[in-house]
Write a protein that binds this ligand. Structure first.
Ligand code: GLN
Length: 546
């Protein structure tokens, strides 16, 4: 029988409920229990693919091409699994499915209601994932906080699961936040009590409360929460803010959460083995030489928009025993010559141009690519970053400012990036891109082939526009190397410059497959070259005295 862990949030959002859910996965996996994770988002969009990254943060793409919440990235990184479309459910999907069934006549004669029709559809999604993944435990996180109007059907569905699958198979974890009052210098529990009351009102009794706080949580505070919220003292788990998210599984394990979960759900498990994870955290916390990377993006106001890119850079830096010193540069600010943002490039040992959509900020990214090419600074282009690199190189080769992508200039005489003819008639924006895993063959002797050490790779995509083959011969002649191609050689997947230490770009998103203990090869090699770049004013490391 599959076991279910339902994770809800209380008090405020953005306290790391997703990291907590992912970390429960890590500690179960460390006991050799198979785990799958699911995020249920109460908003009405069918998926986050059409939402602005500035509102929603990164859109994480699964191998099977679902555009999902960024928490899925954390589940993949923490649990070490590749998830599928079943792992992200939204109200939009649920209501569309129910209404489609109604139109088909599946409920003829009936009145369609939130309970039971919508809740049944939600419960169906838990079971679908259980079947598809065959995991022993499903961790399902409900987005938002208890009390949100949109979240009600999801909470009702998880309440019903209690009697549907038996209480011994269900565990409710509530993640709350304990605010700190400076005046009285104390951590307050009242908001947590209210939020647990709200859960109880709808019939959910939490088994575990994870208490997030920026301050230490005393035994007294834990007892108080245990008493007022009617949760075992040992199941009130403090989770103070830690220097790195990767430490959270260790903190939760140390507080006894693994034991509680296994015993409450009656799972036979091996002893936990978190040695690898501990080693990773030790490395992360050991001070090491910095590596300066500048990320030139258009959504830098919200760092969550580049969550996986930042993590992939961290994994790669860690691999080379470096600490990532990441500077966020708004590409719009780069458009003005001599700007402060432009000065920032002078500190870069490596430049990253990540994915994005729309014209705003593109010229600034092109400037960053010119800077990287002319100054021989390592450059990693991710999706839009490849398109920017190609536009920049074409402007240089054709000695013209006109080369562009038809996404940004529909009348350019040099559409070096363009839609494929079959895409030109597409009407819907949602879910209509080239999404998910596609094969890519690597060309021998290139930097890309060296990084992967293989001749066929699979990486995840999310884009509409492609390298325009009409310009390929001329650009190749001038030193652009198309180092990765689709198996039929029609689509350019990777580009690099022959006459540059490491200027490599890909049409896919390698950041999604990077893992803390296994950096993606492109990120790994990018940092490897960047770490040896010396910038103005830098001192080479002094030789150790004998
Ligand atoms: N806007 C570009 C395209 O649609 C790049 C997309 C991206 O960076 N994910 O092809």
């Amino acid at each position: 029988m599959t076991k279910y862990i339902f994770v809800t949030g209380g008090v405020v959002s953005s306290v790391g409920k997703g990291i907590a859910a992912a970390s429960i996965g890590t500690i179960l996996k460390s006991r050799q229990i198979s785990v799958a994770a699911q995020k249920l988002d109460p908003y009405l969009n069918v998926d986050p693919g059409t939402m602005s990254p500035l509102q929603h943060g990164e859109v994480f793409v699964t191998q099977d091409g679902a555009e999902t919440d960024l928490d899925l990235g954390n589940y993949e990184r923490f649990i070490g699994v590749d998830l599928t479309a079943e792992s992200n459910v939204t109200s939009g999907q649920i209501y569309s499915a129910v209404i489609a069934k109604e139109r088909r006549g599946d409920f003829l004669g009936g009145t369609i209601q939130v309970v039971p029709h919508v809740t049944n559809e939600i419960k169906q999604r838990f079971k679908q994932l259980a079947e598809k993944s065959q995991a022993e435990v499903i961790i399902a996180e409900i987005g938002g906080t208890v009390g949100d109007i949109e979240g009600q059907p999801f909470l009702e569905a998880i309440r019903q699961m209690h009697s549907d699958v038996g209480q011994e198979n269900v565990l409710y974890v509530h993640v709350t936040f304990l605010p700190y009052l400076n005046a009285t210098q104390e951590v307050k529990t009242k908001p947590t009590q209210h939020s647990v009351n709200e859960l109880r009102r709808i019939g959910i009794r939490p088994d575990v409360i994870i208490c997030r706080s920026d301050y230490p949580i005393s035994e007294g505070i834990r007892s108080k929460i245990s008493l007022f919220c009617d949760v075992d003292l040992e199941a009130v788990i403090p989770l103070p803010t830690v220097p790195t998210i990767y430490e959270v599984p260790l903190v939760l394990e140390e507080a006894g959460l693994g034991k509680i979960v296994v015993s409450k759900l009656g799972i036979k498990a091996h002893k936990p083995d978190l040695r690898q994870w501990q080693k990773l955290v030790n490395y992360l916390k050991t001070p090491s030489e910095l590596i300066n990377v500048v990320l030139v993006g258009k959504y830098v106001e919200l760092r969550d928009a580049y969550f996986s890119v930042r993590e992939a850079l961290r994994h790669a830096a860690l691999y080379h025993n470096r600490e990532l010193n990441l500077f966020w540069v708004d590409s719009e600010n780069l458009e003005r010559d001599g700007s402060e943002a432009y000065q920032q490039l002078n500190t870069a040992q490596g430049i990253v141009v990540p994915g994005g959509f729309g014209l705003r900020g593109i010229e600034g990214m092109i400037k960053a690519a010119t800077y990287a090419r002319e100054n021989k600074i390592p450059y990693l282009g991710l999706c839009l970053g490849l398109q920017v690199m190609v536009i920049e190189f074409a402007r240089h080769v054709f000695k013209s400012n006109l080369p562009n992508s038809s996404e940004f200039d529909t009348s350019t005489p040099y559409p070096v990036i363009d839609l494929l003819p079959e895409q030109k008639t597409m009407e819907n924006k949602g879910g209509s891109m080239r999404l998910g895993n596609y094969p890519c063959k690597l060309i021998e002797g290139t930097r890309a082939a060296k990084a992967y050490g293989e001749n066929l790779i699979y990486e995840r995509h999310r884009h509409r526009f492609e390298f325009n083959n009409k310009f390929r011969a001329e650009l190749e002649e001038a030193g652009l190397v198309c180092s990765g191609l689709s198996p039929d050689s029609k689509l350019v997947e990777l580009c690099e410059l022959a006459d540059h230490p490491w200027m490599v770009s890909c049409q896919f998103h390698p950041e999604f497959t990077s893992r803390p203990n296994q950096p993606n090869p492109l990120f790994r090699d990018f940092i490897s070259v960047a770490k040896d770049v010396l910038r103005e004013g830098d001192q080479p490391p002094l030789p150790l005295s004998p």
